[in-house]
Design a protein around this ligand. Structure first.
Ligand code: NAI
Length: 335
């Protein structure tokens, strides 16, 4: 968090010097397990001058609580459909962790039935009230909710593929932590790209490209890959029916939103792994490293050189990833 704040502080004087205001960030699902800490972390971000906390209920309390933190952002809570438009009006970045989380034994795809409709409704509202916003989709199954949002935005005539992101940052955060732990490295100095999607085998950490590079046995590579893929399930099991990752996800969501804000603010070389419309593989949406700019995606990076193990993982994920994308597209088209 300290690094996040330091990074943002570097650009805050620019934000407030060059402009009459910083940025408006809206969190949809702000009273939830992810939404609450994510709202708090965004309140601590110096690039945010207006923080809009929306949920179907409970947001007045969350907003009152967060608003007492002595940082610059003005906080307002919005509850219920009638207030959604005001919550979103002219937002620069919209973070969406609205919807139900997994319980033990569930896959992310099991959430589709409930979350698809929630995401579609919220995206429709974004199209109406903040069509130029960068949308950070956290609600699962991300592999399908991002294509749903894309189709809804297309229907409304405001789709900009450069501004719609599936948040896969938690996979990167996990891969970095596990890689550093296993190899006795300083966690903050480690980088591990994670590509593909955000569910089970579609999550593919590229350990051959991790820095600093460490020689690892095939068994260790396999174990680290599986632990990254199953990181979410590890938390779901440990919470034993009380939901999925919330605190680490809020941190990851705040990191990604901060990257969007810094890029918007003119910082160069802001690079994050994220799930976007892509031609890197035959899947129409795919996560790789992406350079972010003022208008969103500036450059989608390729996969780089893959090890044989990673190539096998890439081939294996494709049918599931493409199915999840199709499912999202079909759902949105049938609405
Ligand atoms: P939660 O149940 O604690 O909170 C969800 C919130 O969404 C609740 O406050 C609920 O009232 C709200 N909500 C429901 N319908 C809404 C609507 N139409 N408009 C606005 N708000 C609405 O769940 P939690 O733990 O915060 O998880 C949220 C989502 O994030 C889940 O879908 C979960 O699977 C996903 N997730 C994604 C991760 C990722 O890496 N992308 C990691 C962990 C969770």
């Amino acid at each position: 968090m300290a690094a996040l704040l330091r990074a943002s502080s570097r650009t805050v004087s620019k934000a407030l010097g060059d402009q009459t205001r910083g940025y408006k960030v809206a969190v949809l699902g702000a009273a939830g397990g992810i939404g609450q800490p994510c709202g708090l972390l965004m309140k601590m971000n110096p690039l945010v001058t207006e923080l809009s906390l929306y949920d179907i209920a409970g947001t007045p309390g969350v907003a009152a609580d967060v608003s007492h933190v002595n940082t610059g952002a003005q906080v307002k809570g919005y509850a219920g459909d009638a207030e959604l438009g005001a919550a979103l009006k002219d937002a620069d970045v919209v973070i969406i962790p609205a919807g139900v989380p997994r319980k033990p034994g569930m896959t992310r795809d099991d959430l589709f039935k409930i979350n698809a409709g929630i995401v579609a409704g919220l995206t429709e509202a974004c199209a109406a009230h903040c069509p130029k916003a960068m949308i950070n989709m956290i609600s699962n199954p991300v592999n399908s909710t991002v294509p749903i949002a894309a189709e809804i935005l297309k229907k409304k005539g405001v789709y900009d593929p450069k501004k719609l992101f599936g948040v896969t940052t938690l996979d990167v955060v996990r891969a970095k932590t596990f890689y550093a732990e296993k190899n006795g490295l300083e966690t903050a100095k480690v980088d591990v790209p994670v590509v593909g999607g955000h569910a089970g085998i579609t999550i593919l950490p590229l350990l051959s490209q991790a820095t600093p590079a460490v020689a690892m046995t095939d068994d260790v590579i396999d174990a680290l890959t599986k632990r990254t893929q199953d990181g979410g399930t590890e938390v779901v099991a440990a919470k034993a029916g009380k939901g999925s990752a919330t605190l680490s996800m809020a941190y990851a969501g705040a990191l990604f939103a901060d990257a969007c804000l810094r890029a918007k603010n003119g910082e160069a070389n802001v690079v994050e792994c994220t799930y976007v419309e892509s031609t890197v593989t035959e899947a129409p949406f795919f996560a790789t490293k992406v350079t972010l700019g003022k208008e969103g995606v500036e450059k989608i990076h390729g996969l780089g050189e893959l090890s044989a193990y990673e190539q096998k993982g890439l081939d294996a994920m494709m049918p599931e990833l493409k199915d999840s994308i199709n499912k999202g597209v079909e759902f949105a088209k049938s609405m």
